[in-house]
Structure formats: C-alpha cells, structure tokens
Design a protein around this ligand. Sequence first.
Ligand SMILES: [Zn+2]
Length: 325
Amino acid sequence: MSFKDIRGQDRAIAILKNAARQDRLSHAYIFWGPEGVGKKMTALNFAKMLNCQDARDEEPCEECASCKKINSFNHPDVFLFSPDKEGSSVGIEKIRALIKDIGLKPYEAKKKIYIVDNAQALTREAANAFLKTLEEPPTDALLILIAPELRDLLPTIVSRSQAVKFYALGVNETARILVKEHKIDEPQAKALAHLSSGRMGVALKYKEGDFLKKRNRIVDSLARNEFFDSDFDAVSKPELKAYLDIALTWYRDILITKASGADAVFGLVNIDKSDAIIKEAKRLKFSRIEEIIKQIILTGSFLDSNANPKLTIAVLGLAALENAR
Ligand SMILES: [Zn+2]
C-alpha cells in the first residue's frame, strides 16, 4: 500500500514530500481531520518514504528491507501507538516507553518514527510528558500525532508541531471509486458513500464487514415500525452509534421524500430502499418524523456524554414507538 492508494489527500502528501525533498522536515507533525480518510496510512507511508533504501521521487519502493518491515509492522525503529480499545487512549505506560526510547539511536533506520494514534485522548499526564520531548526533540526521530481536531490537543503541543490537515473525500467521489474500483453496484455504493459521510476508509470498512446486511436488517425493521429488535446487551457503544446513524439517515430520507411530495426522490442515502421510504413518507406526519429525528439526535448526544447506552436506547425506543403511531 503506497501513497497512490490514499485518496483525496494529495495536498497533505505534497506537503510531506516537499519537506523531505528540501530537507526541511519538522520533528513533530500533527495529522488531523475526520476518521477514516487516510491519516494513519499516510503516516506509515511517510515512515516508509523517509527510510526507504531506494525511494524515487519521494515514493517508497515497497521492495527494500525497510519498506517490507514497515508494511508488516516489523521495523525496529518505526512505532505505531494505538489505543488497546477503540475509542480509548494510548496509556501513560506506552508514552513513557516512547519517551525513554526516543533518545536512543536508531537500530537501522535513517529516522526513528513514532506514530501516536488518537492523540486527542491522551491523558493530561501523558500529554505533559510528551510536551517535554517536543521541547528538546532528538534529531534522528520524528513524531506523528493523529487526531480528529487540533482543538482537542494541548495548545503547547500544537505550537511545537507542524499541523497537516486531512479532508474527507466527499460522497460523490467515494461512490464513484466504490463502483469503479471495488465493483460495488451503484445503489449500494451510494448508500455506503453516504453512510460513511464520504470517508473512503470508513466506507471500505463497512463494505468488508457485514455492515450492509446489518443496515438492511435495521431499516427493514424500522420500516415495520419495530425499533431496536437487537440484543443490546451484546453490542458495543460504537455499534450503537452506527445504529443511530443508520436510523437517522432513514428518517431524514423519509422527511426529504415527504417534503418533496414526489414519488421518486433524488439524493436519498438509502436510495436502494426508495419504495419503503415513499410508503413511510405517505404514512407518517411531518411532526412525527421530525420528532423521531430529534429523539435520535438526542440519544446520540446522550451516548457521547457516557450515559448508560442500553438505558438510553430503551428510552429512545419508547419515545420513537410512541411517535411512530
Ligand atoms: Zn523501499
């Protein structure tokens, strides 16, 4: 996997290549932007580029020992610190190990590379420890912090690093690539592109998993006015979030259809389910659709604020059922 496989991040990649070409690398970078747009992939390719034994035009060769080791997460001088659990942070022990290690000479690399994922979730203790390293950065090491938003990081960390912004690819472009390069039929590609908010990495993750099957089951049950038929004891918070996102697209589609008053509607997320959407748009009143949407958004914010997921969902289920009648 090389720079060419990363879509929509030409600007970010050009910044990094230029810095390397002109020998003006920063000792610390912050790659920031939405989830699933290629920040981690770019960081790993940057590590490959800087250490490749046969790089041409700032493209890693993918063939040398260094490239191969990085591709298999096996390089003694390239470190990827990820949280143990999705949504949690890299622990202070790992950051302490990083700080201890960063002063040592590389084993074999030209530059040691430390990639810290979910940097926004570092504890204050860990962030402060980090800051000390940034104040006196070692010359043969390079740090890459990955975060969704700059404002979630300590200002003192941001001011000592070079921020590189990453963007979502966009819904239309994501759908086009899914059809052309991943051989997905158009209605499903459009649904995936919308449900991932135009983030290629997320769309591909959805495609790999049984996401579409799950989505079908959820919207089919919503179409029958049955909310939350799943066993919610068994699902994680991110899964519940995804469930709410799907429910939200469903009712927004119904709202758009009702507002347009037409039998065929363009721009629906769940375009492959337009028959059921039109039927529901005819059946439900405006005020009810709006109320359900409000409840779903509210439930999402409860989940964000760490409320008990199961309880939150149960409350939504009752409210929504009441409103759907
Ligand atoms: Zn190479």
